[in-house]
Design a protein around this ligand. Structure first.
Ligand code: PRX
Length: 669
């Protein structure tokens, strides 16, 4: 591992896409924002007079238990939004609907993965009223186990409705949830327990994935054994584990520590008033990869985040009462937080939630689900779209997708070919596509078309949402000319921005607010075209985007060197048709270790075990030495070129030992 070099903004803009898709008149006529001029006017108003704009929006969109006094208190880099107000996120998502026609409307339509007859899965529907009742009951379970305002709770569940119930139950009593994606390993759970000082873990016996059982409870047992052995489990942390029964396979329950979710419900009633919480009360922590060191606990707070999730969901997806919205992300990612839970529920929208894999039992599972529930808005990731393309049009065409009226994309740049396929094959040429750019840190969508207003071009997230002021700048922080690559920054604070990194204000400042003066640094490279549209070209730091998952190369490197055979490791990305980027690891071994195929497999599995299957390297290559500068820095630029099979270009004069390069490029010679 080496210290990361300062990110450079010398990104060239190669992609030139000329096709433009104007919103259809019928779509615009019914949309919340109907014309480009109307969008422009609102956006200008929002950035010129942010105080008045946000005051009006926050009052109109959220239910307050106590009104706020001040819109923004900004002491760079620390923001407080809607100062002095009190509200509750769970009340905004649930209680608000109880006295309305929405009370008995479906909030969540859930479908399990196992498909008994080879076609349809198990089904559960929760109305807003039923979800409210489940949330109140489970919040009472939390209270009964001594959970208090401000306590952190780790949620490590498959995609089952209990995940949503658990999140909202935390929000109801002011506990802070930290959802850990079910694909992460015991070690990752242990790291998050330790960093967050969580008092409880909510998990399940297991979950289904492509027909197999993922043993979540077993991972939790291992995670707690790791923290106990390290002696680094803070006092009073993770005294309790609540276990949802999902798969029904046999698991170990530790006496006095582990409790079945369904049994605990027997001891409580459904009466649990929502606690009025400060606008800035922490709502959740979500861990994400950065360019160096361990994952960062990104902190989001109540009012600003909720306003962002609600407003973006309403305007970007142009939701109406009759819509059936399906965001295919896992609740373990920020996309699931904002567009399965907080945004849609705060808007009273019916959401589909699917437990499993898109190709289980066959590659048409998504299209079956859309047909079955008459989904009208689909929000998914380019990596999934590319997989569907590969599986072939026939799987899509077998199904009636006429209910779809809008498509969304998130997580990585969508290549124009995939955009066109999505548009034509899935959308039947009639559905607008909203390509939405944002990050775990930004909390909700930042750059996006509004489907009734913004002409789209395949491959660009187009223009900023209300109140967002992004810019593309050079290394000195000056805006670059049109069609020139640079760093993407955001010039002003916005309500749904992260409030910090859990327990590490210095790292927060250094990571996001030091690279470019008085601006939030996104870590992404970008260019603006002649129409001002933003084209994201990918990360410029040492973070990779593999199948829409953010993976820090430093994390994978440290997992590799934790293996007893490994001396040194460098991890880079290479372009991959399906996953966007693939993980390539260059590894040098300790003396006496044999470079065998078995060891390669072992190292891949080792990383999978340390971080989780999402981080399993695609390629492990043994090397005698890694290319380094004379000052000892690994030259990643060269490794990237080697990994992609490219000719080595650029300056190699600082390289310490030129023969290393020749060996890496021709490993068999
Ligand atoms: O590089 C950008 C890419 O995903 C990163 C954020 O990843 P994460 O925090 O995991 O959040 C993903 C879901 C919001 C960004 O820095 N990214 C996300 N959306 C897009 C994108 N790149 C291009 N176009 C997008 N629409």
């Amino acid at each position: 591992m080496s210290k990361k070099p300062a990110p450079r903004a010398n990104i060239s803009a190669l992609l030139q896409e000329k096709r433009v898709f104007k919103p259809a008149a019928e779509f615009s006529a019914r949309a919340h924002v109907k014309t480009f001029a109307q969008y422009r006017k609102l956006w200008l108003e929002s950035v010129r007079k942010p105080d008045a704009f946000w005051r009006k929006q926050a009052k109109a969109e959220l239910v307050w238990q106590k009104p706020f006094a001040k819109v923004l208190q900004w002491k760079e880099p620390f923001a407080k939004w809607f100062v002095g107000g009190r509200l509750n996120a769970s009340a905004n998502c649930l209680d608000k609907w109880l006295e309305t026609a929405h009370a008995n409307k479906a909030a969540i339509i859930w479908e399990g993965e196992p498909a008994t007859d080879g076609r349809a899965g198990e089904e559960r529907v929760l109305t807003f009223r039923q979800l409210h009742r489940e949330v109140c009951r489970f919040a009472n379970v939390l209270k009964r186990h001594g959970i208090k305002r401000g306590d952190r709770i780790i949620i490590y569940l498959p995609m089952v409705p209990e995940a949503v119930v658990a999140m909202l139950a935390c929000a109801r009593i002011g506990a802070v949830h930290s959802v850990v994606f079910g694909g992460f390993s015991a070690q990752s759970v242990a790291d998050r327990v330790q960093d967050s000082g969580a008092r409880m873990i909510i998990t399940s016996d297991g979950g289904y994935r492509r027909g197999a059982i993922v043993a979540l409870k077993k991972n939790v047992d291992e995670a707690l054994a790791i923290t106990d052995a390290n002696g680094d489990r803070p006092a009073k942390s993770c005294e309790k584990v609540i276990v949802v029964r999902r798969t029904g396979h046999e698991i170990h329950l530790a006496e006095g520590r582990d409790f079945w979710w369904h049994r605990e419900l027997d001891y409580v009633d459904a009466n649990c008033p929502a606690v009025p919480l400060d606008s800035e009360a922490p709502l959740f922590i979500l861990y994400t990869s950065g360019s160096t060191g361990k994952p960062k606990g990104i902190l989001h707070t109540t009012a600003g985040y909720l306003l962002g999730a609600k407003m973006t969901h309403k305007y970007v997806f142009d939701v109406r009462d009759e819509d059936v919205f399906w965001c295919t992300a896992d609740v373990g990612w920020v996309t699931g937080h904002s567009y399965i839970v907080y945004g849609p529920l705060a808007n009273g929208t019916t959401c589909v939630m699917y437990e499993g894999a898109p190709n289980w039992p066959e590659p048409d599972r998504f299209w079956r689900i859309i047909e079955k529930y008459r989904v009208s808005i689909l929000y998914t990731a380019p990596t999934a779209i590319r997989a569907f393309m590969k599986w072939g049009d026939d799987w899509v065409k077998k199904h009636d997708l006429s209910s779809l009226r809008l498509l969304g994309s998130v997580g990585e740049p969508i290549n124009p070919e995939a955009w066109m396929w999505y548009h034509n094959v899935v959308g039947g040429g009639r559905c607008p596509i909203v390509d939405t750019w944002w990050q775990t840190e930004t909390g909700a969508i930042m750059i996006t078309p509004l489907p009734g207003a913004t002409p789209t071009k395949p491959g660009t997230a187009t223009l900023p949402f209300f109140g967002i002021l992004p810019e593309v700048v050079d290394d000195s922080g000056k805006p670059v000319p049109k069609n020139t690559g640079g760093k993407l920054v955001v010039r002003k604070p916005w309500p749904w921005m992260l409030r910090g990194i859990w327990g590490d204000p210095a790292r927060y400042k250094e990571t996001y607010w030091s690279e470019v003066k008085h601006s939030y640094f996104t870590g992404d490279g970008c260019r603006q075209d002649e129409d001002g549209y933003f084209w994201i070209v990918g990360r410029i730091d040492d973070v990779l985007n593999v199948a829409g998952h953010r993976i820090g190369t430093a994390e994978v490197e440290s997992a590799l060197v934790s293996h007893p055979s490994v001396a040194e490791a460098a991890v880079v990305g290479r372009p991959d048709e399906l996953k966007g980027q693939a993980l390539v690891c260059f590894v040098t071994l300790k003396t006496g270790q044999a470079a065998t195929q078995d060891l390669k497999n072992e190292l891949r599995n080792h990383v999978g075990k340390e971080i989780g299957p999402v981080a399993k390297p695609d390629d492990v290559r043994f090397a005698d030495a890694l290319p380094k500068t004379r000052s000892g820095k690994i030259m990643r630029r060269l490794l990237k070129q080697i990994a992609s099979g490219m000719e080595i270009k650029g300056d190699t004069t600082t390289l310490e030992d030129l023969s290393v390069l020749a060996k890496l490029s021709n490993p068999d010679e």
